[in-house]
Every structure is written in structure tokens, then in C-alpha cells.
Design a protein around this ligand. Structure first.
Ligand code: AMP
Length: 281
């Protein structure tokens, strides 16, 4: 595995690399969720590039950019063990050199849920879509791999490549969970043992909603109430718990077709998000 830090080195490493090339964008602090994306990329491509970049542009001023877990040595060892060909770990000024002054913004999908000004805000997604566009241009992959854990992000990136005709196939991989149901996240490192147990109620809420739909309920308020009861029992007050169209994130009154149940909640110092698809065909 080659570890490269500049765009020039990345381009050089990929110049004669066999195609297809699969790219897995990450912020590091690898867990099984990241590794599942890397394995999918390894299976489907001749060359696998993993980017490791804690992107300051997607963190708000009051968020955890400084505290975000970083362990490049461990990440590199895990990437190597998974058969990654190139690890691209640039410093911030390689991605955002002096005078950098361009952003890429997807409308509509980015001002709600995570993008709501009361939560992370649209600037968060502007930071994501700008860096992802840059990574696509830097690595020019044939495919790129993202997790369903960040369902809104995956939708936004699909819209980005569609609207800008970026020739990358977007692959979205299932959410990997602990045995308790807790979705793996680098931010789980912020949880104490007691908080980790409490946080499992988030996925219990999602499962309760799934059960309710499976039993025939379609009314959004009732499906949400089933999820809310699990959160209440663990004294978790979500930032949002919402049913949305999985196509455009518009609110739904009834679970019909593909409906996304999305939740964000603080547990201790960790801000956690999770989701499930309800009523899919
Ligand atoms: P991050 O390093 O948190 O930016 O995540 C990098 C990629 O891994 C993103 O596409 C995430 O959606 C994905 N990811 C994060 N957690 C999980 C998980 N538990 N299961 C599957 N994919 C995940």
C-alpha cells in the first residue's frame, strides 16, 4: 500500500493503476463500518483508494473538529490488511491551499434534517459536497463508496454527481451495527459505558418503528410514537425524529413506498445519527 499526501503523488500513483478504481472517502478512526466499505470496494475494483481527511469545512464552529478521533497509524495498518492500494492522507493546506475560494452546493436536500439551521446547517453539506467533488477530481475513480448510516449525505452525493454529470458510480453500503444495535460511528468513542448502553435505545426505536409498520400501521404519528417510546425510556430527547420520503426528503403523513425514518440525538458529548428505510417494496 502506498501512502500519499499530495494530489500530485496521488495522480502519479494512479496514472497506470488498473481500472476500475474504487474510492472510499473517510475521516479516519476506522471501525467495521469503514472496513465494510473498503471490502466492497476491494471486491468490485482493480484498484482501491481510501482517502483519510478530517474535513474542517464540514464542521461548524461549535462542533468537534479539534476533538475528532484521529489515529492514522492504526487506520493505515487496517487499510493495508484489507488490501487497499493507495491511502491518500493529505494535510489541510493540500486540500484548501491559500486563496481557496470555491464551494459546491446542492440545493433543496441540504436545508433540512442535518442541514436544518437548528442542527448542523446547510454549511455542513456544502463542506461535504465541496470536498467530495475535490476528491472525485483528484482520484477520478470509477466508483465511490458511502454508508447508508449517513442516509442524507448519500442522497446529496447522488444528486451532486447526477446534477454535475460527474462520471462516478455511487455505491451505498448497509449500516454496520454493534450487537446492541448501536450504529458504529467514530463518535461512539465519546460515549461512556453507561452512555453506550443508553445510546442503543436509538436503534431500538428504529426497530420498534419497523415492527409497527410490519404489523400494518401506516400512520406517521403512530409509527413515530413507537420509536419515541424507546427513546423516552432511555431519557433520550432527539434533535429530530422524522419520517421523510427517501427520494427527496419531503415530509410524509403516511408510510408509503420507500420512507426514511431518520433520527439525531445527543447522548453525553456524542451527537449520534441513525436511520432505517420503512415500507420499501
Ligand atoms: P466518516 O469517516 O464518518 O466520514 O465515514 C466515512 C464513510 O463511512 C461514510 O460514507 C459513512 O457513511 C460510512 N459509515 C460510517 N459509519 C458507518 C456504519 N456504521 N456502517 C456503514 N457505513 C458507515
Amino acid at each position: 500500500m502506498r501512502v500519499v499526501r499530495t494530489v500530485a503523488e496521488l495522480r502519479e500513483a494512479l496514472r497506470d493503476a488498473p481500472r476500475p478504481v474504487g474510492l472510499v472517502p473517510t475521516m479516519g478512526a476506522f471501525h467495521e463500518g469503514h472496513l465494510s466499505l473498503i471490502r466492497a470496494a476491494r471486491e468490485e475494483n482493480e484498484t482501491v483508494v481510501v482517502s483519510l481527511f478530517v474535513n474542517p469545512a464540514q464542521f461548524g464552529p461549535s462542533e468537534d473538529f479539534g476533538a475528532y478521533p484521529r489515529d492514522e497509524e492504526r487506520d493505515a495498518a487496517q487499510a493495508e490488511a484489507e488490501g487497499v492500494d493507495v491511502l491518500f492522507a493529505p494535510p489541510v493546506d493540500e486540500v484548501y491551499p491559500d486563496g481557496f475560494d470555491t464551494t459546491v452546493e446542492v440545493g433543496g436536500l441540504t436545508d433540512t434534517l442535518e442541514g436544518d439551521p437548528a442542527h448542523r446547517g446547510a454549511e455542513h453539506f456544502r463542506g461535504v459536497t465541496t470536498v467530495v467533488t475535490k476528491l472525485f477530481n483528484m482520484a477520478q475513480p470509477d466508483r465511490a463508496y458511502f454508508g447508508q448510516k449517513d442516509a442524507q449525505q448519500a442522497l446529496v452525493i447522488r444528486r451532486l454527481v447526477r446534477d454535475l454529470n460527474i462520471p462516478v458510480e455511487i455505491r451505498v453500503c448497509p449500516t454496520i451495527r454493534e450487537e446492541s444495535g448501536l450504529a458504529l460511528s467514530s463518535r461512539n468513542a465519546y460515549l461512556s459505558a453507561e452512555e453506550r448502553e443508553r445510546a442503543a435505545a436509538i436503534s431500538r426505536g428504529l426497530r420498534a418503528a419497523e415492527e409497527t409498520v410490519r404489523a400494518g400501521e401506516r400512520d406517521a404519528a403512530k409509527v413515530l410514537a413507537a420509536a419515541r417510546a424507546e427513546l423516552d425510556a432511555a431519557q433520550i430527547d432527539p434533535e429530530y425524529l422524522e419520517l421523510r420520503s427517501a427520494d427527496d426528503l419531503s415530509p410524509v403523513e403516511r408510510v408509503n413506498g420507500s420512507t426514511l425514518l431518520a433520527v439525531a440525538a445527543r447522548v453525553g458529548r456524542a451527537r449520534l445519527i441513525d436511520n432505517t428505510m420503512l415500507g420499501g417494496t
